[in-house]
Design a protein around this ligand. Structure first.
Ligand SMILES: [Zn+2]
Length: 163
């Protein structure tokens, strides 16, 4: 049985989200983040990646990026929350979503998209209803920096794990 199901989201009122089908313990891997592996050079050069959708791109290493902007990437439906219960985790060329808190049955699965403040932040209003919600999914100045942040936090975790 899958740990999640797709349902109309409370956070993204135009869209869908993933909901826990049973209690999920902190640390559990919930779903793989599927996509196409492209080179960082392609991301820099292709118009496809110039469309302001940084949330689907993860820099994997110096050479490769995972592009998750596909309808078959169910994990791409996961919404942002300012107080998330899950996070993006990964190793090598794989990314997955891992619970960072115990998640109750019926709760929406959320991650922090990791955007930080810039002048375009109003493009992405946030309706997560967390106490600490600032009202927007703030995004980094450039996609490159967002991705760098992700790969850095990933590295930090891997170091922690090996201790
Ligand atoms: Zn929020």
């Amino acid at each position: 049985m899958k740990l999640y199901k797709i349902k109309k989201s409370n956070i993204d009122n135009k869209g869908r989200g993933l909901y826990a089908t049973k209690k999920i313990k902190a640390g559990t891997k919930i779903i793989n983040y599927k996509g196409k592996i492209v080179t960082n050079k392609e991301v820099d050069e292709s118009d496809k990646y110039d469309n302001g959708k940084p949330i689907y791109l993860f820099t994997l290493n110096k050479r490769y990026t995972l592009d998750g902007d596909f309808s078959w990437n169910t994990a791409g439906l996961i919404n942002h929350s300012c107080s998330p219960n899950s996070e993006y985790d990964g190793k090598g060329l794989k990314i997955w979503i891992r619970a960072i808190k115990d998640i109750e049955k019926g709760e929406e699965i959320t991650c922090d998209y990791g955007f930080s403040f810039d002048k375009d932040y109003k493009q992405f209003p946030c309706r997560c209803q967390a106490i600490n919600c600032c009202g927007y999914i703030v995004r980094e100045e450039s996609r490159w920096r967002i991705n760098k942040k992700f790969s850095m936090s990933q590295k930090k975790r891997l170091v922690n794990n090996s201790l």
